[in-house]
Structure formats: structure tokens, C-alpha cells
Design a protein around this ligand. Structure first.
Ligand code: MG
Length: 382
């Protein structure tokens, strides 16, 4: 890797990626944020990227004023971000944008022939077939920046593709595992953001608590590794030490273990097939204590199963599911929807929304935006 373009630099993965760049001496050619200009400013002053894109137009004007004394070129709007991908010379893009907004930047990165380190799982949830087809056509590798998929990527190195029996994703279960649906009615955003093992952004913390995140990850794994969803399972593993496993046809189960630290997974994606050295202290299995594995509770947390159903319906339904989930999660965080309301509305759209076969990217974006408006209307947000 010569240098890096980092999309979504102010979020949790973005900040940790800059930590990795700093410790490993990776040059940062370009960064982007949605609105957080204050964080952008400090990152520009520290890493001196050639380009910085700010998606929100008024925040971009603010950034231009704040950074007028630097050599960094500021680009504005969603178009400015895409333009930055064309202007940049780096061979690698790490996409850490949250939500569907990450899809077009994923597509543009691949069109530009760049190697893609992908933390934006929504790109694969919404348009996995199109994205992976484009990556194959352009000869670009897509490396997951998601702990489970990073683990599976590593486990798959111990056998041939035809020898793989099943992929087993681990799930922490989130803060409410073990609770019944009745007990979930009164949980608050604050309780939801208290994740037991991982320290993550707000959106993904809620997705983790509802198990929507694990559903997204099953879809992500199916696209990334070309494995049928029938051969992908999830198990609840509260300690988040085993990051995922692959079962081979001879009965061997290969697991990847480590501390719950996204920086290992960021470094893996950036340096693959090499391994970064000296960044992390060795993992001590004794201090990890007892490890437990349990079946997920699909009654109290139906969204993992619903995601698999959406994947089977294919077409625009996974993108519709994602769009409605985004609206529902933000409504929940704003106190306008209760916790179980998230899965109620997502399930309704997954089962009843009208589908379209072989959609183009435009069809997918249109369906997602229509579903988003309808969901906002139903949630009383319009
Ligand atoms: Mg994950």
C-alpha cells in the first residue's frame, strides 16, 4: 500500500484507522467526514492529507474557512467525495462511512480500480451482487473491516474453498441477551448504547442490540465469501474473544481469537497478505477466562432471521430493509420509537414491500429512498 484514502474519518472506525496509520507510518492522502468539521480540522492538521471532503455543504464552507491556512484541498458534497476518489492516487480506500451513504463511494472506489477495505457493510447488504461483480471485473480485492469477516478471512486460509462446510459467525448478543420480548419494551437508548464488549458508534450499537447487525453480517459474509446463507450460522459468544469460525468438511473447526480491538482488523485489511508487527501485545488465552457459546434467541430478537429472509427475497428488499432500519434506529435514539418498534417496522417492510428483480444501482437507491419516506411517514416523523 502506498497511501490511504479514508472515508468517514470522524467515526469510531475512522479514528482507529488513523491510530493504525500513525503507528505503522501509513501516509493519509485523503479523508472525508459528513458534518464533523471540528474533528476533520484536527485530523487535517495532524495528517496533512492532500484532500478532505465534507459531505454536508454548509459544514464544507465552515471547513474551508477553518483550514484556509493549510495546503489541503477541501471538496464539498456527496459529489465532491466521489470526485476525491478520482483525484486521489492511493491504491487503497478504507470506507468507514455509516449506512447506505457508503454505497456510491464503494462503487466509485472499485470503478477507480482501488483495493477496498470495507467497514461499510451496508454496501454489501444493499447491493452485494453489483459490488462484488464490479470488484471481480476490475480485479480489485475487497477486504472486510468487520471483526467476524476478518476472522473468517483468516480461517479460510487454512483450507481450500471446496473443503469449506460452514461459516460460523459469533455474536456478542448485545446488552439485552437473555431478556424476553416483554422485558425489552422499556429499554432506553442509553441502556442500548452500553455494549458489553465492543466500544462502537451509536448506529451499530443499536443494530448489535437488536441483532440486525448479525443479520447484515450474514448477508455480508454470503457476498464476500460466495457461501450460501444456508451454510452460515451465528452463535452467541458473550466474551467476544472468538471472532468467528470456519468448519471444514473433515470436521475441523478453525477459529480466530483475539482481544476485541478493531485496530487488529483494520491493520489486517490494510496490510494483507502481510501482517503488521509491533502494534499489539500478544493475546493471552488464560486471562480471557471461560468461553461460552449459545444459540441466538430469534423470538426476542427476530431481525437476524428477517435479514436472511430479505436476502432470499433478493432484489431491492435487502436495501429496503436497511433503509427502514436506519430510520427506525434514529427514531429510537431520538426517543420517538420503542426498542421493539424497530423490529416491528423492519419485519413489516421485509415481508410486504413490493420487490423488483435484477435491480440496477439506481433502482436500489430509488427503492431505498421510497421505503425510507414511507417508513418516516409511518413513524410519524414527516
Ligand atoms: Mg462485526
Amino acid at each position: 500500500m502506498n497511501s490511504l484514502v479514508l472515508l468517514g474519518s470522524s467515526g469510531s472506525i475512522g479514528r482507529q484507522t488513523l491510530d493504525v496509520c500513525e503507528s505503522c507510518g501509513v501516509a493519509v492522502e485523503a479523508i472525508s467526514v459528513n458534518t464533523d468539521v471540528r474533528t476533520l480540522e484536527s485530523q487535517v492538521r495532524k495528517f496533512s492529507p492532500r484532500y478532505a471532503a465534507v459531505v454536508n455543504e454548509s459544514s464544507a464552507s465552515d471547513a474551508k474557512i477553518r483550514l484556509a491556512d493549510t495546503d489541503t484541498v477541501i471538496l464539498s458534497g456527496a459529489e465532491g467525495l466521489l470526485e476525491m476518489l478520482c483525484l486521489s492516487r492511493s491504491d487503497t480506500v478504507l470506507n468507514a462511512i455509516v449506512g447506505q451513504a457508503g454505497l456510491m463511494p464503494t462503487v466509485r472506489s472499485l470503478e477507480e480500480g482501488k483495493r477496498l477495505a470495507l467497514a461499510n457493510k451496508e454496501s454489501l447488504v444493499c447491493a452485494g451482487e453489483i459490488v462484488m461483480r464490479l470488484a471481480r471485473k476490475k480485479g480489485c480485492s475487497v477486504l472486510p473491516v468487520d471483526s467476524e469477516h476478518c476472522a473468517i478471512h483468516q480461517c479460510l486460509r487454512s483450507g481450500r474453498e471446496c473443503e469449506v462446510d460452514r461459516l460460523i459467525l459469533t455474536a456478542s448478543g448485545g446488552p439485552f441477551f437473555g431478556k424476553s420480548r416483554d422485558m425489552l419494551k422499556n429499554v432506553t437508548p442509553e441502556m442500548t448504547l452500553r455494549h458489553p464488549t465492543w466500544n462502537m458508534g451509536k448506529k451499530i450499537s443499536v443494530d448489535s442490540a437488536t441483532m440486525m447487525n448479525k443479520g447484515f453480517e450474514i448477508i455480508e459474509a454470503a457476498h464476500l465469501f460466495g457461501v450460501s446463507v444456508d451454510n452460515i450460522d451465528a452463535v452467541v459468544h458473550r466474551q467476544s474473544v472468538v471472532h468467528s469460525m470456519v468448519a471444514f468438511r473433515d470436521g475441523s473447526l478453525i477459529a480466530q481469537l483475539g482481544s476485541p480491538d478493531m485496530r487488529t482488523c483494520i491493520a489486517y485489511a490494510l496490510f494483507y497478505p502481510e501482517r503488521a508487527c509491533g502494534m499489539f501485545s500478544p493475546f493471552d488465552p488464560v486471562s480471557a477466562g471461560n468461553l461460552t457459546f449459545e444459540r441466538p434467541d430469534n423470538e426476542a430478537f427476530p431481525l437476524m432471521r428477517e435479514a436472511v429472509y430479505a436476502f432470499r427475497r433478493a432484489g431491492v428488499i435487502p436495501a429496503v430493509m436497511n433503509a427502514v432500519n436506519e430510520e427506525a434506529v434514529y427514531a429510537f435514539l431520538d426517543g420517538k420509537l420503542d426498542f421493539c418498534g424497530i423490529s416491528d417496522i423492519v419485519s413489516d417492510f421485509v415481508h410486504n414491500y413490493s420487490n423488483m428483480e435484477e435491480p440496477s444501482l439506481d433502482d436500489i437507491e430509488k427503492a431505498a429512498s421510497d421505503a425510507r419516506s414511507l417508513a418516516r411517514q409511518r413513524l410519524g416523523l414527516l
